[in-house]
Structures are given as C-alpha cells and as structure tokens.
Design a protein around this ligand. Structure first.
Ligand code: UT7
Length: 332
C-alpha cells in the first residue's frame, strides 16, 4: 500500500532579531509581561529588500530537498501554506516554483492560517496515497511583521506574531510500518471574526481607501482570550482523535510538535495529556508565532537536534484562525 513519509525538512529565519525590550520601545509592553503570558523572548522580523515570503521559502525548500537526498527536478508538486503572500494574486506556490526552476509542475496555495501547514500536509498525503505524485514539497512561510499594528492598540498581537519559513519533502513509500498514519482536519466558521484581517475584502465598493485604512480594518484583529480558550480544548481533542484512530495512547508519543501559538497553550496540553518535557517540542521562545511556518520550522530543528529518529512516533497539531484545527500522526 502506498503511503507518504517525510524524507527531508528545512527552515529559514530572517536575520533580524527583535527582543521584547526592542518591542517595549515601540509600544507599552515589557519583557516580564511577554515572557509570562506567551513564553516568547525574541522573534525574527524580515528585512525589506532582502527577505520575501518566496525567498525565505526558497531557502527552506532547498534545505529540505537536499536533506531528502533528491534533486529539485524530482519534486512533482508544490503546496504552499501562507496567509501573507508576496502578491495578492497569484499565490506564492507559483513564485516558489519559478525560483526552484520547476516550471510546469502544479502549485497549490493553502490559506488556513495557523493550521495551514497541516492542511497542506494532509492534501500532500492524499495525493501521494492515490499515486498521483511521488515527491511533494510542502511549505509554510510567513511575513507577519509588516501587518502588525506596532502601537499600544495592537500590542497583544504584535508581541506574538513573527516571520519565518519551513518546508518538508513528502515522498511515496511502500515500506511497511512507516509514514503518515492519519491526518485530521476541522474548522468552525462561527468564529471567523475572532482572529482575522478584514481588508482588502472584495465585498465592498472600494477595496482600499484612506477611510478603511484609518478604521484599522487592514490590521490583524484577535480576541486573544477566546482564541486561547478554544485552542486549549481543540488541541487536546484533535491529538486524542489522532491517537484513538491508530489505537495509540499519549505515552506512545515520542515527540509532540504543537503549532507554536503561545508557550502557555503548549504547557497546558502537555499537562492535560501527562506528557514529559522531552515529549514536547517548543521553540516559540526564540521565534514567536510564525503562523503556517511554525510546524515545519520545528520539524526541521527537531531533526537537527536529534529529537526525531527513525521509528519515532511524531504527532503534529495546530489551531488558529477560522477557527481551524488539525493534527497528523507519523511513524518516522
Ligand atoms: O496562532 C493561533 C492564534 N493565536 C493564539 O493562539 C493566541 C491565543 N491568545 C493568547 O496567546 C493570549 O490571549 C494573549 C497572549 C494574546 C494575551 O494574553 P492574556 O493572558 O489572554 O491577556 P489579556 O488579553 O487577558 O490581557 C491581560 C492584560 C490586559 O490589561 P488589563 O485589562 O488587565 O489592565 C491587557 O491590556 O494585559 C494587557 N496586555 C498587555 N500588557 C503588556 C495585553 N497585551 C499586552 C502587552 N504588554 N503586549
């Protein structure tokens, strides 16, 4: 039976480090509040003129393809998860495809925010299982810093979100006992406006006007408390769904990689699921919340740090705007 396995991972983080003290010079916040409420110490912001979503994704992809031990030309499909594309149209998949010299292959964009990478991975898994493609490049990359309202009004989002890119190569295998065991996708549009960017929406007579800009509708709007409360429930639920589907228990997990939304969310899940520190991977302290990029960055770093080895049971889980949430369970 055809299955998909992750054969290589890569990541790229922009060079510019922004500390909590740097933020406190821009808005009324402080290191103590940010560390206590989010666990974040520093994050990376892109440098205009140097980094683009495409360039960061390209760097992450080259590393993932190299680690997979294949050539660019072996990639037969690209799935790109981002909510911060370089252009409004077309999507980022084609821009990355051009940079990698892969003109002609299909390129799909996924817009499921923090769950975007897992939605993309699930799509890749289905395409591979049906035999349609052999090596799919799955990417998550974001530039959030240019959309943040960096003043007192936007501080609860501005301290969390950041920039970065990660990528994996998903390949077909017939090897027994390895691969993506299952993926689980969910959403509840009742909560669409709890975490959203309203404009430039298409349903208004004029998409961009000074009045709209002044109203703040181009800024990220987040009801942090509501998001937090739903996140802790849905994360646990979707991880348990993945375990139950495969007759597994939380003690069987070698590494849980939760979407890096807030260290307190990760710690809450760890506690509720009775997981040891070495079973949960966190890097939000250094990079903040890079939306669709957090999970592939974390996969790449976990492999580099020998925290994922062949045969390990790895669980991935995410929650974010939509609301949407998802998990994947992989025998590495
Ligand atoms: O990626 C998935 C999507 N996002 C998330 O998962 C985020 C989920 N939510 C969160 O992580 C948290 O809700 C936040 C970190 C956004 C906020 O933390 P909180 O513990 O929920 O704080 P709060 O919004 O209840 O605010 C507590 C206080 C307020 O002051 P008062 O009303 O108690 O006087 C805020 O005005 O903290 C204040 N505050 C800040 N103070 C310093 C809010 N943001 C800041 C800030 N610096 N950056």
């Amino acid at each position: 039976m055809l299955k998909s396995i992750v054969t290589g991972a890569g990541h790229y983080l922009p060079e510019r480090v922004v500390t909590n003290d740097d933020l406190s010079e821009m808005m009324n916040t402080n290191d103590k509040w940010i560390v206590e409420r989010t666990g974040i110490h520093e994050r990376r912001w892109f440098t205009p003129g140097v980094d683009t979503v495409t360039s960061m994704a390209k760097n992450a992809s080259i590393m993932a393809i190299k680690n997979a031990g294949i050539e660019n030309k072996a990639i037969d499909f690209i799935i790109f998860a981002t909510i911060t594309p370089d252009y409004f149209i077309p999507g980022n998949g084609v821009l990355l495809q051009r940079e990698l010299g892969l003109q002609g292959i299909g390129a799909l964009d996924v817009r499921n925010a923090c769950s975007g990478f897992l939605y993309a991975l699930s799509v890749a898994d289905q395409f591979i299982k049906t035999g349609m493609y052999k090596n799919i490049l799955v990417v998550g990359a974001e530039i959030q810093s240019s959309a943040l309202n960096k003043n007192d009004e936007g501080r609860s989002s501005a301290v969390i979100f950041a920039d970065g890119a990660g990528a994996v190569v998903c390949s077909a295998t017939e090897e027994e006992g390895r691969g993506i065991l299952s993926t689980h996708l969910h959403a509840d549009g009742d909560f669409a406006e709890e975490l959203y960017v309203k404009d430039p929406g298409s349903s208004r007579e004029v998409r961009v006007s000074q009045e709209l800009i002044d109203s703040g509708s181009f800024n990220l709007s987040m009801n942090g408390n509501t998001v937090f409360k739903h996140a802790v429930l849905r994360f646990k639920e979707v991880i348990e769904e993945a375990l139950a589907t495969n007759n597994l228990e939380s003690k069987d997990i070698d590494l849980l990689i939760p979407h890096q939304a807030n260290l307190r969310i990760s710690q809450y899940i760890q506690n509720k699921m009775d997981l040891r520190d070495d079973q949960v991977f966190n890097n939000i302290m250094h990079y903040g919340n890079t939306t669709a990029a957090t999970i592939p960055i974390a996969i790449s770093e976990s492999i580099q740090q020998n925290k994922i080895k062949s045969g390990d049971l790895v669980c991935l889980a995410a929650f974010g705007s939509g609301f949407s949430w998802a998990s994947a369970i992989i025998r590495w």
